[in-house]
Design a protein around this ligand. Structure first.
Ligand SMILES: *Cc1c(COP(=O)(O)O)cnc(C)c1O
Length: 486
């Protein structure tokens, strides 16, 4: 039975807590809130006991699916395990009680951490400087596009076009468009990579930059990345790399060495800080030498043995976000890098790539694999064989829920028909990968023998198949928050 709303378990007069008698003089409400702003009817709040509320929210919490409960193969999202020791470290008194308005003399410890963390990212990525301000990957992209725009304005070359391959994450064209650029899409070649000839044709003096993801969203490493950068640079353009997929490269290759000019990372993917549900993230942006003056302010610098905030960068694009970034997230990522060390980071990418190739191979007899060569940290299957039996990728994803797994990313990248994009991450054991592969193999067999079973999925979840478009457009809150209600 579905969990009732808290309003539905409400019973008049029931109380969770009682306040002690007031021991200070009472003042009439009118003294503090003008009469016209006061409500005329009391709010309809649920009336429940403490036990009611504990059971209600505990039951709801058991409906949550998380990386702490099971495998989460959501392609491109890198849902790896978040070590619990990071929570202890971020929760240390000295971090927890900081206030962003404290003067720099009082927060030397955390400024040092921010400074050191930037140094680590510079070393890991081979980029001359990072800004830790962006609160998400997409905000890192936005900052990258703002800097690109200001860079050309400063040079007196108002370039207006950004080239983006058709395999790009949707946030790339959105970030470019938000900064007033015109997006030029280019088609990938048969191997799923940027086609050099197509790129050359798209080049013009109006092109400000190419936004490329490496490895790209098909899980393929862009082998021609140096040649691609050369094409852009020869025409005075910049190369932006969406580095959300750094999990595949950690400790092996440095994007700076490939010729990248701007690079954002997702600490909440590659560096094990928790994510999902719209919580805080971090998308640091690294830039090449000529772009350093444009990074946001303030910047943490060391002057005469003291860490300070430096606001004195006349060409800066300004402040991107209040204060200095999502520091609690940065602390966790810092703990991650230090606990793994140089060698450990290299093992992360090695295991991420191994796990993905292992799964890809196990599934290759049962699903179409549009790009059969090896993969990096993720790969894309096509459900077109099953579609011919009347079973769509959506059906397969829903059926996986019955088997107790989170569904992979589906219908993305757009260039693969009936796409299922699978990213196992390095933190999963071989047994988990085997169980997941077995579930997908069973579903492929069901698609042949009992297609109705797959088409009607999910069967075991608290709610069955939802109309997602309708759910997003017409919220059914089941309780009126308008009129004489709340
Ligand atoms: C996740 C992701 C993004 C966006 O990152 P957010 O933190 O969700 O804004 C951009 N590009 C790629 C390739 C990603 O996987």
């Amino acid at each position: 039975m579905p969990e009732k709303l808290i309003f539905e378990i409400s019973s008049p007069g029931r109380r969770g807590v009682r306040f002690p008698e007031c021991d200070v003089p009472k003042r009439p409400l009118e003294d503090m809130i003008p009469k016209r702003l006061q409500r005329t009817t009391p709010p309809r709040l649920p009336e429940v006991s403490e036990l009611d509320i504990v059971r209600h929210f505990t039951r709801l919490s058991h409906l949550n699916y998380s990386v702490d409960t099971n495998f989460y193969p959501l392609g491109s999202c890198t849902m790896k395990y978040n070590p619990k020791v990071h929570e202890d470290i971020a929760g240390l008194e000295g971090f927890k009680k900081l206030h962003p308005y404290q003067p720099h003399e009082q927060v030397q410890g955390v400024l040092r951490l921010l400074y050191d963390f930037s140094e680590l990212l510079k070393e890991v990525c081979g980029m001359p400087e990072f800004s830790l301000q962006p609160a998400a990957g997409a905000q890192g992209e936005l900052l990258g596009m703002m800097i690109t725009r200001v860079y050309y304005e400063k040079k007196g070359e108002p370039r207006r076009k950004i080239i983006i391959p058709d395999s790009a994450h949707g946030t790339n064209p959105a970030s470019a468009a938000l900064c007033g650029f015109e997006v030029v899409e280019i088609k990938s070649n048969k191997e799923g990579m940027v086609d050099l000839e197509v790129l050359k044709k798209a080049m013009s003096p109006e092109v400000a930059a190419l936004m490329i993801t490496n490895p790209n969203t098909l899980g393929i490493f862009e082998k021609e990345i140096r040649a691609i950068c050369d094409i852009l640079h020869a025409a005075g353009g910049l190369v932006y790399c969406d580095g959300a997929n750094l999990n595949a490269l950690l400790g092996r290759v440095k994007p700076g060495d490939m010729g990248i000019d701007l690079l954002h990372l997702n600490l909440h993917k590659t560096f094990t800080t928790p994510h999902g549900g719209g919580g805080p993230g971090a998308g640091p942006l690294g830039v090449s030498e000529p772009l350093r003056p444009f990074l946001p302010i303030p910047r943490v610098e060391m002057q005469k043995g003291t860490f300070i905030f430096n606001y004195n960068f006349p060409d800066s694009v300004g402040r991107l976000k209040p204060f200095y970034g999502n520091i609690g997230i940065i602390i966790r990522a810092y703990a991650y890098i230090l606990s793994l060390g140089r060698e450990g980071l290299g093992r992360v990418s090695e295991a991420a790539v191994l796990n993905a190739n292992y799964l890809k191979k196990k599934l290759s007899q049962h699903y179409d694999i549009p790009y059969p060569e090896g993969c990096m940290h993720e790969f894309v299957l096509s459900g077109r064989r099953q579609k011919r039996l009347g079973v769509t990728t959506m059906d397969i994803a829903k059926r996986l829920l019955d088997y107790g797994f989170y569904a992979p990313t589906i219908y993305f990248p757009l260039i693969v028909e009936e796409a299922l994009m699978i990213e196992p991450t390095e933190t999963e054991s071989r047994e988990t990968l085997d169980d997941f592969a077995q579930a997908l193999v069973s579903i492929a067999e069901e698609a042949e023998k009992q297609p109705e079973l797959v088409k009607g999925a999910p069967h075991n979840t608290p709610v069955r198949r939802l109309d997602e478009v309708k759910a997003a457009r017409q919220l059914d809150l089941r309780w009126s928050f308008t009129g004489d209600g709340l």
